[in-house]
Design a protein around this ligand. Structure first.
Ligand SMILES: O=C(O)COP(=O)(O)O
Ligand SMILES: [Mg+2]
Length: 243
């Protein structure tokens, strides 16, 4: 007889932050709405290469798997040859560093949510697929750098999310075990990496999920803001996070 499928318990139980020693927080789409920066830097790059511009709606579906993937996807989208990649990467890096943070906004509830998680005893690391050289100045410009003991970009380890390696390495750096380290992200990339690493995972409802509805992703819970996650015990039970 075929065994019945295991039904994950979702929307049934409030998450208890005392189960966690740390949280690993994603950057783009989770803490900062960086779509504007991506679009501006990419279009300056395309202009330098005499290629047509891309629009924000298209870029949104390509974000989250690191800059290399983003540039390759954009070049393919505008019908450019793969051979242009090296020059495109050099131009993109130049422009991104010059405009980093200028067309981006911190999402509502992020600073308060991070502070609330810390007050509840969780240590924090930021883990993004963005290059570390982009992530560090962005966090500093947005006043978010002080919350994190560790910041790792997409070039910090041999492989990026959705591979579990960056999460396992971040747990190692924090000195925490994956089962007691909560991943907080915005996409299936974060959720897949967390599942494979053995970290529980909560996704925000507002970020970039490769153009797909985020609630279709296999995650342990969804929140509308980081403040909702950090201050959930203060909310009415109907608004509590499910796990
Ligand atoms: O691909 C990116 O640059 C963004 O990555 P993140 O969502 O992991 O921060
Ligand atoms: Mg993200």
């Amino acid at each position: 007889m075929v065994a019945p499928p295991i039904i994950r318990r979702v929307n049934s139980q409030s998450i208890d932050l005392s189960h966690f020693d740390a949280a690993i927080v994603d950057l783009d789409g989770t803490m900062v709405d960086t779509l504007g920066d991506f679009v501006v830097a990419l279009n300056l790059m395309l202009d330098d290469l005499a290629l047509p511009a891309v629009d924000a709606a298209r870029v949104e579906t390509m974000v989250g798997k690191g800059s290399e993937h983003l540039i390759q996807s954009v070049l393919r989208h505008v019908g450019a040859a793969d051979a242009l990649y090296e020059r495109a990467w050099e131009r993109y890096q130049h422009h991104y560093l010059a405009i980093n943070g200028q067309h981006s906004e911190v999402y509502e509830g992020v600073a308060k949510g991070l502070a609330a998680l810390q007050e509840r005893g969780l240590r924090l690391a930021c883990l993004t697929n963005k290059p570390t050289a982009f992530a560090l100045p962005l966090l500093a410009t947005k006043g978010l750098d002080g919350y994190f003991e560790q910041v790792f970009g997409g070039d910090a380890f041999e492989r990026k999310k959705p591979d579990p390696l960056p999460l396992l390495k971040t747990c190692e750096a924090l000195g925490t075990v994956p089962a007691r380290t909560l991943m907080v992200g915005d996409s299936s990339n974060d959720a897949k990496a967390a599942r494979a690493a053995g970290c529980p995972v909560v996704l925000v409802s507002y970020g970039y999920n490769h153009g797909e509805p985020v609630r279709g992703v296999d995650a342990d819970g969804f929140v509308d803001s980081l403040l909702e996650l950090g201050a959930q015990d203060d909310l009415p039970s109907s608004a509590s996070l499910s796990l």
